[in-house]
Design a protein around this ligand. Sequence first.
Ligand code: ADP
Ligand code: MG
Length: 251
Amino acid sequence: MILETRGIGKRFGSVLALRDVSMGVRAGEVTCVLGDNGAGKSTLIKILAGVHQHDAGTLLVDGREVRLTGPRDALDRGIATVYQDLAMIPLMSVWRNFFLGSEPRKGLAFDVARARRVAREELKAMGIDIRDVDQPVGTLSGGERQSVAIARAVHFGARVLILDEPTSALGVKQAGVVLRYIARARDRGLGVVFITHNPHHAYPVGDRFLLLNRGAGMGEYGKADITPQELTSLMSGGAELEELAHELRRE
Ligand SMILES: Nc1ncnc2c1ncn2[C@@H]1O[C@H](COP(=O)(O)OP(=O)(O)O)[C@@H](O)[C@H]1O
Ligand SMILES: [Mg+2]
């Protein structure tokens, strides 16, 4: 287990955003965090990413209890996060974005040739087929942009890759592209935390599934313990909808 939470909780003023959530991330596995809007998914991963500090429970990295001091601390421990907005500059080239904030140096000058080559090679190693690393990131599809962000995290030594709703804004085909790179990162031995509200995206790549409902963990399931139908039903509030259907039935 690279990363683990035990009974973690977080409060924002009077809002209890997260309570008693336990989950784990192993190398070479994908842990999916599922839940409706406002369920606490982003809050949970921001704790894992060092953006927020938890105020209940324990956080463990490599089996040892830690208190992350900030995103830099998390990154130094190999925990990298790709956010929905991606933090990329659309008008800048693919290779430039790849090295944004951590440009390789040759003397004092920026080593452009090396940066281009490394970006091209890393994208290729992830199976990402980008014709021209000089093209602006803004000309890539949404799925390709997510893929570049994933390849970048892998290159800079991530052991845990946290993805906040990487497929939510994408169509079926583009979502498939991103799911393939998630599997690729997993095959390279990374532990992946995949946040989504879509069980159809989670099930094919997930090894374990954590369901969040209004800040509370509704249990962590291994793939063998839950069918796609059960996951979908839990996620879509199956029981609540049945009750509603009963209530609205004509007399
Ligand atoms: N920085 C914050 N300050 C106050 N409330 C917050 C903050 N971040 C999240 N919340 C609240 O915590 C709850 C969970 O939000 P969030 O983690 O963003 O959910 P999700 O990502 O699942 O949609 C919501 O009620 C939200 O309004
Ligand atoms: Mg969110």
